[in-house]
Design a protein around this ligand. Structure first.
Ligand code: SF4
Length: 332
């Protein structure tokens, strides 16, 4: 179970004299949102309103909703601070506890021969990362935990691997503590190193298959090539506070125009097949919002959706060789 830290949240609400609180939870924590809201109401007397919109990351902070209801506090679960906010925000990590030494032992056979192991994880497991390092060191492995733009050393996001990149030269591969393929694939695309994953929910460890990384690279190369002939481009900008990259969108618009393309900015909250369905003119999209939309969930299979870096490759401003596995998801 994730630790919802209910006592601390109630204490903070009271100490801050908050009377109207917007509660924001990612999808995985919503099954218990009503119970949490009810208990916080009982403990604090504050009005607790649940945000029902998306909560993909700290980039998706519900600032507009908070203003709409005149909230004096946002309680945001599952992520760590990313953006400034006028409305006070209480971040709750929703830590998930696990037996770090036991899980590390499972990963050991996969990484035993590596000359240096970089450690990464997400916010839910960050509290156990040093224990993972200690266990590996006890087995004679050299470990490194990098510091990047994220809140904690070793912490990565789907769009931010700076903590991993900071130690890339010191390690042969990475052990990522977390579930699923989302972060490991991003880590591979950004660093080009082998990735082992240790899943605290299943207590299993695996290597990320190289064929999955190659498949992703081939898909991205195909999208870049397909976009080369596109004359009309839609530049997607999200209104989500941490994805609102308007200056970057304008720079890309200028660049595309200088290269003889027609480029128009489309501003929207959610980039989905549904929200783009009626724009029939663009032959390609640039996604300046969450880069994982282009990589993992392109809104239209018939038209390429590129990240800003991929757009620069299309326009011969960057090369594939100097971008793939070298900060592929980072933008200037
Ligand atoms: S921009 Fe995308 S990957 Fe980055 S935090 Fe937001 S949802 Fe996650």
């Amino acid at each position: 179970m994730h630790d919802l830290d209910q006592e601390r949240v109630a204490r903070e609400i009271k100490e801050r004299n908050a009377t109207r609180v917007l509660l924001q939870l990612p999808d995985g924590l919503r099954p218990t949102a009503f119970t949490l809201a009810q208990r916080l109401t009982e403990q604090t007397g504050a009005e607790i309103i649940i945000s029902g919109d998306s909560c993909y990351g700290a980039c998706d902070l519900a600032l507009t909703q908070a203003q709409t209801i005149d909230a004096d506090l946002i309680v945001h679960y599952g992520h760590s601070p990313m953006i400034e906010s006028e409305t006070p925000v209480l971040y709750v990590e929703a830590a998930y506890d696990f037996d770090a030494p036991a899980l590390t032992e499972k990963a050991l056979p996969l990484i035993r021969d590596w000359d240096g192991v970089g450690l990464t994880t997400t916010i839910q497991h960050i509290h156990r990362l040093q224990e993972v390092a200690d266990t590996l060191q006890a087995h004679g492995l050299r470990t490194a935990i990098g510091t990047g733009a994220t809140t904690h050393p070793g912490q990565i996001l789907g769009c931010d691997y700076t903590a991993a990149r900071a130690i890339a030269e010191d390690v042969e591969g990475y052990l990522h503590i977390g579930a699923g393929r989302f972060h490991p694939l991003g880590l591979a695309a950004t660093t080009g190193k082998p990735i082992a994953t240790a899943n605290p929910y299943t207590m299993e460890a695996k290597l990320l298959p190289e064929k999955e990384v190659i498949r992703l690279a081939m898909k991205r190369m195909a999208a870049i090539n397909a976009a080369k002939n596109a004359q009309t481009w839609g530049i997607l900008v999200s209104t989500k506070p941490g994805q609102r990259h308007i200056p970057q969108a304008r720079r890309l618009q200028r660049l595309l125009t200088e290269h003889g393309r027609h480029a128009t900015i489309i501003l929207l909250d959610e980039i989905t097949p549904h929200t783009l369905a009626n724009f029939t003119e663009p032959q390609a999209y640039v996604d300046t919002a969450c880069p994982r939309i282009a990589l993992d969930n392109p809104p239209d299979p018939t038209r390429p959706t590129l990240t800003p870096n991929e757009t620069l490759i299309t326009l011969n401003q960057k090369t594939w060789e100097t971008t793939w596995a070298q900060g592929y998801l980072e933008t200037d």
